[in-house]
Design a protein around this ligand. Sequence first.
Ligand code: BEZ
Ligand code: FE
Length: 313
Amino acid sequence: MVGSSVPKQDRNAEKGGIIETQEDVTPVVLAAMAGASNHRLREVAESFVRHMHAFAREVNLTESEYDIGIDFLNRIGQATNDHHNEGILLADAIGFSTLVCLLNNGNAGATETASALLGPFWRMNSPRTPNGGSIVRSPTPGPDLVVSCVVVDTNGEPIEGVEVDVWQSSPVGLYENQDDTQADMNLRGKFTTDAKGCFSFRSVKPAGYPVPTDGPVGDMLRAQRRHPYRPAHIHFLGFKPCFKTLITQVFVDDDEHLESDVVFGVTRALIGDYRRHDAGTPPAGDVAPPWYTLDYKFVMEAGEAKLPVPPIK
Ligand code: BEZ
Ligand code: FE
């Protein structure tokens, strides 16, 4: 029926799902999926198929490119285990994690947000640490850092009782789970905000680091001539019932990769004021110059308190 004036959906209905040309594939697949009783599943799956088909048409995908793509996906799965999540790394490295984060926080991306991607290194059950305590759990050379934070609601009122997980890389750019020289849970801690919404801790200044490049995401970065570095940062996860779980990172303001984060996590609101002190009275007897301080205010919106699935154990 080439050149038929019958509308396309009617022609497909007439054909009963028999595919004649490449154009028929999309409506036939969509029709096959139309029985899903979960409305959201149907909406997401249909949109995914429409966009995947449109993508193949737009680039005229060849069969060998299709093979490369399937092999890439398979290798992403094979590179994922209890200690490493290559799937999240891929989503991060193509900006997808940041996009989803901004769409779901800060007024659906309309306002500058204090949220950022989770990344692959959050672990459940960080050690509970008293306010003002140190998260340095094994010798970790580097400049001392004193972090003082307050958590407020959208009216600026302090929130007491927020459980805040903190995790960061060492001054050589490695998380404890990547580095046998660090104690288990080094540079990780769980704090609780006091009546003024405050929590504070001592640490060492984090360094930037390359994301793992020994898997398929590394191959992609090399093919795209991209460097693998993240600017130095500290991760925070704030949890309290009736508030939307806050997942974020606060970046070191003098880092050379602030404008080229390999996973696109930096937003303006998240650049911290890591202030260097070369003189004056140190905040504790065992702190020597130069030391750094970071003061930061987090805002939590009312909403559902839900912990993410830990990317690693
Ligand atoms: C991180 O910040 O820990 C991270 C985020 C994305 C990819 C790799 C690491
Ligand atoms: Fe990180």
